[in-house]
Design a protein around this ligand. Structure first.
Ligand SMILES: NC(=O)c1ccc[n+]([C@@H]2O[C@H](COP(=O)([O-])OP(=O)(O)OC[C@H]3O[C@@H](n4cnc5c(N)ncnc54)[C@H](OP(=O)(O)O)[C@@H]3O)[C@@H](O)[C@H]2O)c1
Length: 396
């Protein structure tokens, strides 16, 4: 029996995780869960899964949750409590599924404590990739990707002699037989929308993803393709790849989740329905497989199309790749600027087309630093948020 801590239990990935766990009560037990403010959903989840601990980041929501519970779950609040449940000695596996850079410290706490880290929070690697991978290696933790593209690459690599018993980041070895990886992108809701109509895009339209059901922030990131840029950075750290080895292709059906091209001419791809329970179940069951509730695709009823992304349509993608090539603090800077720009857009303060402008200007205004310590990472994140907020205000 494995004790699972779910950081971000009330979100989309949290719910996929609980769905898979519910199918395997003899294998997994929910030890701790977290949310931010959504105490009503958390109360329902606690009453159903009876975790030992529940953490609400927001203290007012924590006291509401305490009053709503009919069971003995211990309720805590604040960011330290998140790190506590992530590193608790009775926690075996941690699902890191808080959205945004707020999810980084608790994911890092799990990495430092030597847990199996099931990483959905890509921002942890975008913000502090080297520090995070360093922590995994030092503590002997397992790092299993949950993002569907990286899970796909991980699964393709496991079919090869490059398989790695402890997840993806425990070796310094650059995968010498890999020519490149190809991340697939759906193209989001605006792949075919005329560019001259982009000015009037609403948050509702941007959140209506054609294939995947996800939280609002990642849905907007998919619409701008910033999500794929962040995933390129994630792939760079997870699989020790040079930026030139990371290719991106639009595949509107979201059936091929990503591919690995090897030097002998082979290409391995992982296929499946666009349902995060597959990647979540693989992270839970690795190196074996368990039932996830997802039906396999029927290839006789499915066409598979591929297109090269258009940089004019998706400028955020180019900005993220530039930041990856620039290195140092630039990845953290675009991540912070993107979080500010997306939340301003979701609050109807700026337009969809302003998102990339906020990111580009923030990147040009925040001075370059190497980001070698966690303190530097955090102070760059703070500065980039201040600058981005100021820039976003100028578009409001
Ligand atoms: N959804 C997907 O299909 C998908 C796929 C691949 C990767 N990911 C990644 O997985 C992560 C989660 O995405 P999601 O779509 O599941 O997000 P989501 O549905 O928006 O859920 C986010 C979760 O994080 C919590 N949270 C939000 N702000 C917080 C804060 N300031 N402090 C602590 N907790 C906070 C939320 O709690 P409340 O409910 O209380 O707000 C909720 O439990 C993201 O990094 C995303 O990029 C998601």
């Amino acid at each position: 029996m494995k004790n699972i801590t779910i950081l971000g239990a009330t979100g989309s990935i949290g719910s996929s995780t609980l769905s898979v766990i519910s199918r395997h009560p003899q294998k997994f037990s929910v030890f701790a869960m977290s949310a931010n403010t959504n105490w009503r959903s958390m109360a329902e989840l606690c009453n159903k899964f009876e975790p030992r601990f529940a953490v609400m980041s927001d203290s007012v929501s924590a006291s509401k949750l305490k009053h709503a519970l009919e069971i003995d779950t211990i309720v805590m609040s604040g960011s330290e409590a998140l790190c506590e449940i992530a590193s608790h000695h009775e926690t075996d596996y941690v699902m890191a599924a808080i959205v945004g850079s707020t999810g980084m410290p608790s994911a890092l706490a799990a990495a430092n404590a030597g847990k199996r880290v099931m990483l959905a929070n890509k921002e942890s690697l975008v913000l502090a990739g080297e520090i995070f991978i360093g922590a995994i290696k030092k503590s002997g933790a397992e790092l299993i990707p949950v993002d569907s593209e990286h899970s796909a690459i991980f699964q393709c690599l496991n079919g090869d002699t490059l398989s790695n018993e402890k997840g993806v980041a425990t070796t310094d070895e650059v995968y010498s037989s890999v020519v490149k990886v190809q991340l697939t992108a759906s193209g989001g809701p605006f792949f075919r929308k005329p560019i001259d109509e982009f000015m009037s895009i609403t948050p509702e339209q941007a959140c209506a993803h054609p294939n995947w059901s996800m939280g609002k922030k990642i849905s907007v990131d998919s619409a701008t393709m910033m999500n794929k840029g962040l995933e390129a950075i994630e792939a760079h750290y997870l699989f020790a790849l040079h930026p030139d080895q990371i290719d991106i292709v639009i595949h509107p059906q979201s059936i091929i989740h990503s591919s690995v091209y090897f030097k002998d001419g082979s290409t391995l791809s992982q296929l499946g329905s666009p349902d995060m329970r597959t990647a979540v179940s693989y992270a839970l069951s690795y190196p074996t497989r368990i039932e996830s509730g997802v039906s396999p695709v029927d290839l006789t009823k499915q066409s598979l199309d591929f297109y090269i992304p258009d940089n004019k349509r998706f400028p955020c993608l180019g900005l993220a790749i530039d930041a990856l090539k620039m290195g140092g603090c630039c990845m953290g800077t675009i991540n912070a600027a993107n979080e500010i720009a997306v939340s301003s857009f979701l609050e109807n303060k700026i337009k969809f087309l302003d998102i990339h402008k906020v990111i580009e200007q923030t990147l040009s205004l925040v001075p370059f630093s190497k980001n070698e310590s966690l303190a530097q990472v955090m102070s760059n994140d703070e500065l980039a948020r201040e600058v981005a907020s100021e820039v976003a205000r100028s578009y409001a």
